[in-house]
Design a binder for this molecule. Structure first.
Ligand code: GLU
Length: 278
């Protein structure tokens, strides 16, 4: 059993992250498995070394240990892009020059409540040969699903909200995922869910334990796993930690930053207790 905690170092660790990290860590320890820490820091504009250092400090303070060196996605962008290029050669990608803002939003790590817009397909049909500097690469989802028509796109979920075996339905994927942006070479950026799928495979992750807010990305990750010949791990999407108004905690919720609790004299055991993890 190999699992991981994969934060994006764009802000302080808050209670919600602590919950995710402790859950994965404890599960690995209970099952004699391996727990890894991975920095999903491909969004160069928002990720900072100071946040990474604080995340490491907070996790250590919580008593968590990881079994291998920290993997930094920013070190692997050339590798991700090289893999993406090979998919381009198979005719399943097309270059896209639609607004830069749209493309950036698609590439950034997921934010609270942001479900990507379904792309209307303006650039679909363009050939890779027509690619211009600054163009993003989009997945031609219909073609990709056709190429995978002999595959069963199945994943197993053990989290409370969606427990069971799931099959990705092509019709639903067309409606809810669409032609997603996978990367843009000139700016060395790659879609968060692609880098994450590559690394789950590279790190031989057998169990992905993460927040319920990421459940919606599982279908596209399963499609990508099949396109790239990667294994599909078992998924566990856990409940989200919410504030007193029922709102999901976000990085800007500094009041619930682990650092703040530390400064206020709260102990790691208090944190575990407050999260129902004793
Ligand atoms: N980096 C993502 C985040 O901080 C988590 C990705 C994952 O666990 O698959 O929201």
């Amino acid at each position: 059993m190999r699992t991981r905690f994969a934060p994006s170092p764009t802000g302080p660790l808050h209670l919600g992250h602590a919950y995710s990290a402790i859950l994965a860590h404890d599960e690995a320890r209970a099952r004699n498995g391996v727990f890894l820490l991975r920095m999903e820091d491909t969004d160069m504009e928002r990720c900072r070394a100071e946040w990474e250092a604080l995340i490491v400090e907070d996790l250590s303070w919580l008593g968590l240990t990881w079994d291998e060196e920290i993997l930094r996605q920013s070190d692997k962008i050339d590798i991700y892009n090289a893999r993406l290029e090979t998919l381009g050669e198979s005719g399943l990608l097309y270059p896209c020059s639609c607004t830069r803002g749209d493309i950036r939003a698609a590439l950034a790590a997921p934010q609270e409540g942001v479900v990507h817009n379904i792309y209307p397909g303006t650039c679909r049909g363009r050939t890779m040969a027509s690619r211009k500097p600054g163009d993003a690469l989009r997945l031609d989802l219909s073609r990709a699903l056709e190429a995978l028509s002999g595959h069963v796109l199945r994943f197993v979920e053990t989290g409370p909200a969606h427990e069971g075996s799931h099959i990705v339905d092509p019709e639903q994927a067309r409606r809810t995922i669409g032609d997603v942006v996978l990367g843009r070479k000139g700016e060395d950026i790659v879609a968060y869910f692609l880098a994450s799928a590559f690394d789950d495979a590279d790190q031989a992750i057998t169990h992905v334990i993460r927040g319920e807010d990421l459940f919606e990305f599982t279908a596209i990750q399963v499609i990508l796993q099949h396109l790239f010949g990667l294994p599909t791990p078992i998924y566990h999407h856990h409940r989200l930690i919410r504030d007193e108004n029922g709102k999901r905690l976000a990085k800007r919720d500094d009041a619930r930053a682990i650092r703040k609790y530390r400064e206020d004299g709260v102990t790691p055991d208090d944190i575990r207790r407050s999260l129902g993890l004793e």
